[in-house]
Design a protein around this ligand. Structure first.
Ligand code: HSE
Length: 434
C-alpha cells in the first residue's frame, strides 16, 4: 500500500521529536499502521539541529503544507491559538486529517474545529495535547467506554510538578527551577501558563469533555496557580501527612460538573502524591472499573512525540473507514453531548487546609472553632505550633471535612475580622482521592 504522506508544521521540541521517532522507528510503525508513514514536507522558521531532514522539502509557510495536494495528514506543532487555528481550519477545509499537540487550541476552539472536521469527514487527533506521552485520552475515550466516569484528578503540568518537587526535596528557589524547566523544553512559551495553572486547565477541560461527554468549556474552569505557595505550608502539610500537588480535578455531581485546577493536599501515601519531577499522572474513577492511574512523562521531546506518532498510526489505519463509524472526537456521539453545567468554584465541594496566623492570646482557638462550627464546618485535625520568636504569632493549622466552598469563604472572611487574627488566612484544598 502507498505510504501515508505527512506534513509537519513546527520543528521545535515536539516537531523535532516527532520527525526523529518517525524516522527511527519507520519499520515498526509501518508494521503497526499497515503502511508507511512518510514525512513529505516540513514547515519551520528555522532548522532543528537535532533533525537530519535530508532532501525533504522545507518551507517557512505553514499554508504551503496545508495546501499541498500530496499531503494526507497535517501535524500541527506550532502552538498558540491564532496561526494554529487558521492552519488547522485550512487543512480541514482541504480535506486533510490533523494531528495536534496543541491543548490551548483544542480547549478553546475545539468545539468549532470538531464541527468543521465532521462536515469534512476528517479526523482531528489530539492525544499529545494532554499529559505528553501518557495515552490517557485513548484510555478514557476507548478503554473506559463502559463506564460512567465519576471523577478524575491529575498532575498534568510537568513544569509545575518539577518546580514543586525540586522546592520540596532540595529547597531550591522557584525562579531557579523554572529556568531549568525552560532550558529543558518543558515550559510553555509563556511560563505563567504553567505556574498559574492555565496549561493544566486547558488539559483538564479536554479530559472532562471526553470523560463526561460535555462540550469543551475552558472559560468555565477555575484556575489557581502555585506561585504563592510557601515552604511553611509545604512543611506543615508534610507534618499532617500530606503532599502538596498542583492538581486538576473534574468531578460529576448532581448539580453540575466541578472543573478546577489548584494546589491540593493529597495524603502522602497515595501513589499520585509520589509522582515527582516532570512526570504526570491522571487518576480516573469509573463506576465499573473503580479507580485507575495513568503515569508517565508529561512533557519533553520524544515522550510527546510518542503520542503524536500514535495518533498518526490511528489516522493511517482509519483512512479507509466510514467517517460516521470512527471514534467520536469527544468520545461521545456529537448529538449526545450533555448540557450538564460546569459549577462555579463557590459551589464545588472539598476539604480544606487552613493556616491562621494568630496572636498568642487565650481563647483564640475557641473563637476559630466557633466561627467554623456556626457555619457547619467540621474540623478533622488541628495543629498549633509554638509562637514564632520574632513576631510572637502562633500558626494555627487545621484540616476540615468536606464542605461547599462558599461556606469556607464565609468562614475565612469572619476569621479575618477577628482582632487576634493577623494576615490573610491561607486556604489550600484537600482531596483524599479514595
Ligand atoms: N508546559 C507543559 C508542561 C508541556 O510543563 O507540562 C506539556 O504540555
Amino acid at each position: 500500500m502507498k505510504p501515508v504522506k505527512v506534513g509537519i508544521c513546527g520543528l521545535g521540541t515536539v516537531g523535532g521529536g516527532t520527525f526523529n521517532v518517525l524516522k527511527r522507528n519507520a519499520e515498526e510503525i509501518a508494521r503497526r499502521a499497515g503502511r508507511g508513514i512518510e514525512v513529505a514536507q516540513i514547515a519551520t522558521r528555522q532548522p532543528n539541529p537535532k533533525c537530519d531532514t535530508g532532501s525533504i522539502s522545507i518551507t517557512d509557510d505553514v499554508f504551503a503544507v496545508a495546501n499541498n495536494p500530496e499531503i494526507d495528514i497535517i501535524v500541527e506543532l506550532i502552538g498558540g491559538y491564532t496561526l494554529a487555528l487558521e492552519l488547522v481550519l485550512k487543512a480541514i477545509e482541504n480535506g486533510k486529517h490533523v494531528v495536534t499537540a496543541n491543548k490551548a487550541l483544542i480547549a478553546v476552539h475545539g468545539n468549532e474545529i470538531f464541527a468543521r472536521a465532521r462536515e469534512q469527514g476528517v479526523i482531528v487527533a489530539f492525544e499529545a495535547s494532554v499529559a505528553g506521552g501518557i495515552p490517557v485520552i485513548k484510555a478514557i475515550r476507548e478503554g473506559l467506554a463502559a463506564n460512567r466516569i465519576n471523577w478524575l484528578a491529575g498532575i498534568i503540568n510537568g513544569t509545575g510538578n518539577f518546580i514543586l518537587t525540586e522546592m520540596r526535596e532540595k529547597g531550591r528557589a522557584f525562579e531557579d527551577v523554572l529556568k531549568e524547566a525552560q532550558a529543558l523544553g518543558y515550559a510553555e512559551a509563556d511560563p505563567t501558563f504553567d505556574v498559574e495553572g492555565i496549561d493544566a486547565a486547558h488539559k483538564l477541560t479536554i479530559l472532562a469533555s471526553i470523560a463526561f461527554g460535555i462540550p469543551l468549556q475552558f472559560d468555565k474552569a477555575y484556575t489557581e496557580g502555585i506561585s504563592r505557595l510557601t515552604t511553611a505550608d509545604v512543611n506543615y502539610a508534610e507534618a499532617l501527612g500530606y503532599r502538596i500537588k498542583h492538581l486538576g480535578v473534574a468531578r460529576r455531581t448532581d448539580a453540575g460538573i466541578e472543573l478546577r485546577v489548584h494546589p491540593t493536599l493529597i495524603p502522602a501515601d497515595r501513589l499520585i502524591a509520589n509522582v515527582n519531577g516532570v512526570m504526570n499522572a491522571v487518576m480516573v474513577n469509573g463506576d465499573a472499573v473503580g479507580s485507575t492511574l495513568y503515569y508517565g512523562a508529561g512533557a519533553g521531546m520524544e515522550p510527546t512525540a510518542s503520542a503524536v506518532v500514535a495518533d498518526l498510526v490511528d489516522v493511517a489505519r482509519a483512512l479507509t473507514t466510514d467517517p460516521n463509524n470512527r471514534v467520536p472526537h469527544l468520545a461521545f456521539q456529537p448529538d449526545s453531548l450533555s448540557a450538564h453545567p460546569i459549577l462555579p468554584v463557590t459551589a464545588c465541594e472539598s476539604a480544606y487546609y487552613l493556616r491562621i496566623q494568630a496572636k498568642d492570646h487565650p481563647g483564640v482557638l475557641a473563637q476559630v472553632a466557633t466561627i467554623l462550627s456556626e457555619r457547619g464546618i467540621n474540623i478533622e485535625s488541628i495543629m498549633q505550633k509554638e509562637a514564632e520568636v520574632h513576631d510572637g504569632l502562633v500558626p494555627v493549622i487545621l484540616v476540615t471535612h468536606r464542605v461547599v466552598e462558599q461556606r469556607i469563604d464565609e468562614a475565612i472572611s469572619a476569621l479575618e475580622t477577628l482582632d487576634d487574627v493577623v494576615d490573610k488566612v491561607v486556604r489550600i484544598r484537600v482531596e483524599q482521592l479514595n
